[in-house]
Ligand binder design. Structure first.
Ligand code: 13P
Length: 248
């Protein structure tokens, strides 16, 4: 279903879910599976990252410290992620912003660390329901992304990925309609174009929020949606594979 726009990326975010047996189930399910024009990645809890090393599945972390190695109990550094072949790192997920009070500035610092280490940041943005109801979605998302452009030179964002995840659609089963999602994705791309037109044309913008096998195809068909960041449905190998196939 690739329309010749950009390559798709479908990334699974396991959040604080999973087990050794689920890791093994995924390694078995993915062995020998190929997708056309779709990059596929899994972001399991960090403890399970080493188990995926060398298994042919691109791996990402769900978060990273904005600091270098040192006295930061409980945190992981980018140098650790690179040692275990991580290709991607999610930064600024709304659950991190809410549960850990991460500001957009901290998220930008994390994205910078990820880029400096040669990994690809998946930079999350997205509004709560109250912002949508007030009609201020674009302003809200712009302010989250502005922090990225304030800190990081556009030439260093060439491989970055943006994920738009409306908070009211996360884990609720209430997905944004393809048109609602496209409207924000289109806005994000036009906002990026105000910084750098060629970056806007190439940057992958993923949609996240209750993506399932039965709605993925329609979402991915939108001109500015380049794949998905998948939560709940990435915990079932069959569902995750069918979402990846919807993009291929
Ligand atoms: P769900 O797919 O469970 O709604 O989660 C989306 C998400 O937050 C992915 O990062």
């Amino acid at each position: 279903m690739n329309t010749g726009k950009r390559n798709y990326l479908v990334a699974g975010n396991w959040k604080m879910n999973g087990s050794r047996s689920l890791v093994n189930e995924f390694i078995d399910a993915f062995s020998g599976v190929k997708f056309n024009h779709v990059d596929v990645a899994l972001c399991p809890p960090s403890l399970y990252i080493p188990a995926f090393s060398g298994k042919g599945i691109a791996i990402g972390a769900q978060d990273v410290s904005h600091c270098d190695n040192g006295a930061h109990t409980g945190d992981l550094s980018v140098s650790m992620l690179t040692e275990f072949d991580c290709k991607y790192c999610i930064v600024g997920h709304s659950e991190r912003r809410e549960d850990h009070g991460e500001s957009s500035r901290t998220v930008a610092e994390k994205a910078r660390k990820v880029i400096e280490a040669g990994l690809i940041p998946i930079i999350c943005c997205g509004e709560p329901l109250s912002v949508r109801e007030n009609g201020n979605v674009n302003e809200f998302v712009e302010s989250q992304l502005q922090a990225i452009f304030d800190l990081i030179d556009v030439k260093n964002l060439q491989n970055a990925v943006i994920a738009y995840e409306p908070i009211w659609a996360i884990g609720t089963g209430k997905t944004a309609s393809p048109q609602e999602a496209q409207d924000v994705h289109g806005f994000i791309r036009s906002y990026v174009a105000t910084k750098d037109a060629s970056l806007a044309a190439r940057i992958q913008i993923l949609y996240g929020g209750s993506v399932k096998p039965d709605n993925a195809k329609e979402l991915f068909a939108q001109p500015d949606i380049d794949g998905g960041l998948i939560g709940g449905a990435s915990l079932k190998a069959k569902d995750f594979i069918s979402i990846c196939q919807a993009a291929s």
